[in-house]
Design a protein. Structure first.
Length: 207
């Protein structure tokens, strides 16, 4: 029952995303303090996503493409009409300012249906809910995105956190495959980053 409630809450949060801007501002500020990316990297990630999507849409207006940037490492998913288009989309995204690397997972085929995308959102919600239920790591440090039943995991994590996230996602219902796109740091480096975040929260000055 607890897991079902969490899934519903995550789904509602996604559906209401565009209606809660004022409240979300405060929430984002809090989440930023538990995110192992620097504030600069978080800002760059937002810029990378909208610039990349705008440039791809300009060249391929009828193509369904998702761009997810985390710590300037960019995941590209969706569908393209042919292999040449898929490669060109990857090239366009790689040339966006501040992009460090890209993972091109664009598949050749027709654009996915609304029902397929809705099911993917539901799967992501289930994975996030199971992260909360397992309580093995701070869920704000792992980004979950699902495309055609394949779950992509991004974040800055320790090896233990990565293993826990992968295992939880892998054993979630309707997940076809898990792609690990997480950036692994040592336990010592994670402690250093977390300590810096704690100091920033105490001082009120983002690092």
């Amino acid at each position: 029952m607890k897991l079902k409630i969490l899934v519903v809450l995550f789904a509602l949060a996604g559906a209401l995303q565009g209606c809660v801007t004022a409240v979300a501002t405060g929430v984002v500020g809090t989440l930023a303090m538990t995110d192992r990316r620097s504030v600069g990297a978080q800002a760059d990630d937002e810029g990378i996503e909208w610039k990349a999507e705008a440039r791809v849409s300009k060249e391929f207006p009828a193509t369904h493409i998702n761009v997810i940037s985390y710590n300037r490492r960019v995941l590209i998913t969706g569908e393209a009409p042919n292999e040449a288009a898929a490669r060109e989309i990857g090239h366009i995204v790689s040339k966006v300012e501040n992009v460090v690397s890209t993972i091109n997972e664009v598949q050749v085929g027709p654009a996915s249906s609304f029902s397929s995308r809705a099911n993917d959102s539901y799967i992501s919600s289930k994975v996030k809910a199971r992260f909360v239920d397992a309580a093995k790591f701070n869920i704000n440090r792992v980004k979950v995105f699902t495309e055609a039943g394949t779950v992509f995991l991004m974040g800055v994590v320790t090896q233990g956190e990565a293993n826990a996230a992968i295992e939880t996602a892998r054993t979630t219902g309707n997940v076809k495959k898990v792609v690990n796109a997480m950036e692994v740091v040592t336990d010592a480096e994670a402690r250093r980053i977390d300590a810096a975040l704690g100091a920033s929260a105490t001082s009120g000055t983002p690092k």
